[in-house]
Design a protein around this ligand. Sequence first.
Ligand SMILES: Cc1ncc(C[n+]2csc(CCOP(=O)(O)OP(=O)(O)O)c2C)c(N)n1
Length: 325
Amino acid sequence: MVNGEQLLRWYRTMMRIRAFEETVNEQFLAGQIPGFVHLYIGQEAVATGVCAALSPGDYITSTHRGHGHTLAKGADMDRMMAELYGKSTGYCKGKGGSMHIADFQIGMLGANGVVAGGINIAVGAALASKMLDNGRVAVSFFGDGGSNRGTFHEGLNLASVWGLPVVFVCENNQWSSTTFYGDSTAVQDVASRAASYNIPGVIADGNDLFDVYEKAREAVERARDGGGPTLLEAKTYRIRGHFVGDPERYRARDEVMKHSDQDDPIKRFAERVTNEGWLTEESLREVDREVPEEVARAVQFARDSAYPELSAAYEDLWVEAGDAK
Ligand SMILES: Cc1ncc(C[n+]2csc(CCOP(=O)(O)OP(=O)(O)O)c2C)c(N)n1
């Protein structure tokens, strides 16, 4: 059973993701952040619930929409913000940006600009865990669009054949860029594809942190105990554009408004914990006050940091075997 301290930590994690993303949105539109950003707003319960079921030594791989996973796994917000600003204090020394943040120290093996590109990195990490017998589990986050790529099918098949400790987490947010799920995918539930690879396929309400956590916990335990992989589909909805600046001509405003009202995972969590008497309104409001201050400090850190020197452009392109930390 989870206790009040854990519940408050989960709320804080979701609020940190939301506030980080709202600020990135503003700063990108103000021309302060170069490149491209995809926001995780509305999907916070998935990253938070799954990462809550992991141990610090476990691995995750992420996507182009990776800020939420990275924060939930325990990354440093200052270094993330600095990376988005292209500053030398960022995770990739300002040379990678939003879609390339990784932190091997916390088992975050990388965001990924290639759709479904993280799936087989997680399978590889799980193979290493099995060979080293170190008890570590790997999780791969990817979208519904990613489940239509060959890497998904290859990864699930191999992980099943070798009984690897990996959990495949498909965040079905109904949209793959401009394409609706039902127009591109032959099955109603991505989870049903697990049958082809003889592994459990489980559906969670991706806007309900409790449901995500319970189902992720079972899958992670099974993987750790030698029971092999699971495909977990978290049903959610992308309430913002595919990227910041997306004109969203491909879907009706009403559809988006309906989901924004009904499905907000933070609102749902706050209602549940206060209605049940597990947390007080005051404790939540304290988090609401503290989190924006933390994000503002991260922005200040990023602004105060220097851009990388031109002479650093060719540094860190190669890693010698054994050097990766
Ligand atoms: C292999 C590959 N194909 C196409 C793209 C262009 N692209 C970037 S994001 C995206 C949509 C991905 O949709 P989904 O996997 O459902 O994730 P979501 O954006 O909904 O989080 C596409 C097609 C890409 N980055 N990589």
